[in-house]
Design a protein around this ligand. Structure first.
Ligand code: MG
Ligand code: MG
Length: 619
């Protein structure tokens, strides 16, 4: 199906918005009156600009407070509509969007409204214009699509149709079933928006918290089932009022919008009544785990990080055939240190300092994952490889980093044998009991969070946990996790609006978004922590008060609490089990490692996050 987006969804000036919309591959655009008023040019100039970009204007909006007015307001309202028709003629737009009347002097009455629309239909038809009527969730008399449809039905005019907007329908938790009995050719436009379920006044919810399909909590596939049952074949148009989008880049938000619709149509495939999608996507990639994490380092950081990794129990087990890249491993964990003088990692290091420049995921099918990513408008990445070396499929990830994909069934499964050679005198390290990557934590700007949630959930077979607010000494950090059902992949996304939180200070020191910490799993955290201390690894010290509180709020024996206190281990439990955590001190003040012992526990120790953040802030 063809797609459209409202100019109001993006930041920037009108020209910038239109360019972003065209570049993202939309067929059409909804022009908002405010964008037209602030544009330095005539409506005809806008029409030319839109045509030159290969776009169509699907609708002009909004036209407010039309139906059910008493005289003399009624006559003035019709005169106002005629002026909009003039303007639309210049714009080259044939659909006016009218939202239900909120004016205190509106009279109400379905038949009165229907009569007004019939008359407007007569006037519009003379100019070849159509009108779509939308029920605002807060309309004075019409706030339910079943009533706006009854108005349109009784208006009984070919120029008068209905606009369905998923936000207004879900906001009032209206039954979706009656949509199925609306004839598809009476639906002028379908507008899509998602949103988180929030308990707040509907107008603020609508104007600040709408988001793209897949970024919120609304069951949009159920809405689309009902829309497709009508036989509607028109545009799907995104109308998103969101504060983060207004602060984001118009190009980025437009591409996210396109991604959200490709993903939604992908989810609709095979459902009764859904049309075949223009492009079919391979299924969401099943992630089997983190194959490796790659650190971009300069020579000094390479030496420091090698020392820390040795202390953590890692051994250098491989050297890249053609680059200054080494492989470190322990248990099923692989870390790659890249201090080559050229290539992607080098430029990443120049921008960010020592950093995680890539995460490599082990998936069921790497080629299919890349194919899906490209169809979702993710950004593929390629760089030169040496003769006989593997080209690992990759896309751009958070903060300009890379997300690589390997799988067990292609040559990519032999990555370590093909691209690396074992050192002549292999280092011995008895290890510290670390087994796998438990989770990776990424910090990002607040405006980016929804974008990366959509990136991960559309590409990978992962679910999200509910949003959580964590108290940092410098403000609130919003945290949300994407994870596979079996926990093979867990990525925590953190963002903060305050400049003073550790998450934000990371962004400014690091110059951008990226990996802030990596958690490794152990089966025996006490033994691991003892080993790390014996190896000279500095761990984060936890205040005594924490353990006094633990004694007060848990059933743990004094003996166990003493062990936790002695080793600086944090504790949590949920209905499924216990969680034990310890942290290293920051590496060059940029990132740190966490050690976790997970005994069936599902969460991430959110209760301890403020203790950890305060301890880090003290350092
Ligand atoms: Mg709308
Ligand atoms: Mg953590």
């Amino acid at each position: 199906m063809q797609t459209s987006i409202a100019t109001v969804s993006l930041s920037g000036g009108l020209a910038e918005k239109l360019e972003a919309i065209a570049a993202a591959g939309f067929a059409a655009v909804e022009i908002f009156e405010s964008d037209l008023l602030s544009f330095n040019g005539t409506p005809k100039d806008v029409a030319r600009m839109v045509a030159a970009l290969g776009l169509k204007i699907v609708t002009f909006q909004p036209f407010r407070d039309f139906e059910g007015m008493p005289e003399p307001q009624r006559s003035r309202t019709f005169a106002r509509a005629e002026r909009k028709f003039d303007l639309m003629g210049e714009l080259g737009c044939d659909l006016l969007m009218i939202c239900s009347n909120v004016a205190p002097d509106a009279l109400g009455g379905i038949d009165r409204a229907a009569a007004d629309f019939h008359e407007l239909g007569e006037r519009a038809a003379k100019r070849g214009i159509r009108v779509g009527f939308e029920a605002l969730a807060w309309g004075r008399h019409i706030s339910d699509y079943r009533d706006s449809w009854e108005v349109v039905r009784r208006a009984d005019h070919p120029a008068i149709g209905l606009t369905l907007d998923s936000f207004h329908i879900f906001a009032r938790k209206t039954d979706l079933t009656p949509i199925r009995s609306i004839p598809g050719d009476k639906i002028a436009l379908v507008q899509l928006a998602d949103a988180p379920w929030l308990e707040m006044d509907v107008i603020s919810w609508s104007r600040h918290f709408r988001c793209l399909p897949g970024q919120g909590d609304f069951p949009l596939t159920g809405f689309m089932d009902a829309v497709f049952a009508t036989g509607y074949e028109g545009l799907l148009s995104l109308e998103i009022f969101n504060d983060q989008f207004r602060a984001g880049s118009p190009r980025g938000v437009a591409i996210d919008g396109q991604r959200s619709l490709v993903y939604l149509m992908d989810q609709m495939q095979g459902r009764p009544g859904a049309p075949a999608a223009a492009t079919t996507l391979p299924p969401r990639a099943r992630c089997l785990g983190v194959e490796f994490l790659e650190f971009a380092v300069d020579d000094r950081a390479a030496t420091d990080l090698a020392r820390l990794l040795t202390g953590l129990g890692f051994a250098k087990v491989g050297e890249h055939k053609s680059k200054a890249v080494t492989r470190w491993s322990q248990g099923a964990i692989n870390l790659v240190l890249n201090n080559d003088n050229e290539g992607f990692a080098h430029s990443h290091q120049l921008t960010h300092g020592p950093s995680v420049c890539a995460i490599c995921l082990k998936v069921d099918n790497a080629a299919a994952t890349l194919d899906r990513a490209e169809k979702l408008r993710d950004t593929p990445f390629r760089q030169a490889v040496g003769p006989g070396e593997l080209e690992i499929p990759a896309v751009r990830g958070l903060g300009g980093s890379l997300l690589y994909f390997v799988d067990p069934n292609s040559k990519l499964g032999q990555l370590w044998d093909i691209d690396f050679i074992a050192p002549k005198d292999p280092e011995r390290n008895g290890g510290a009991g670390l087994t796998v990557v438990d989770h990776v934590s990424q910090s990002m700007h607040y405006e980016e969070m929804l974008s990366w949630l959509l990136f991960y959930t559309s590409l990978l077979d992962v679910a999200t946990t509910p949003q959580l607010d964590v108290i940092d000494p410098g403000g609130i950090v919003r945290s949300q996790v994407i994870q596979t059902a079996d926990g093979a992949l867990r990525i925590a996304l953190n963002a903060s609006q305050s400049q003073q939180t550790l998450s934000s200070r990371f962004l400014s020191r690091y110059v951008g978004s990226g990996v802030q910490h990596i958690a490794f799993a152990t089966d025996d955290i006490v033994a691991t922590v003892k080993q790390l201390r014996a190896n000279g690894v500095e761990l984060l010290s936890i205040p005594e008060n924490y353990y006094d509180d633990l004694e007060a709020r848990t059933e743990l024996s004094a003996e166990r609490i003493e062990i936790l206190r002695k080793h600086g281990i944090l504790y949590d439990r949920d209905e499924a089990g216990e969680y034990l955590q310890a942290y290293t001190r920051g590496f060059h003040d940029l990132f740190f490692f966490e050690i976790v012992e997970r005994r069936g526990y599902k969460g991430f120790g959110a209760v301890n996050a403020s203790i950890r953040l305060a301890a880090q802030a003290r350092q």
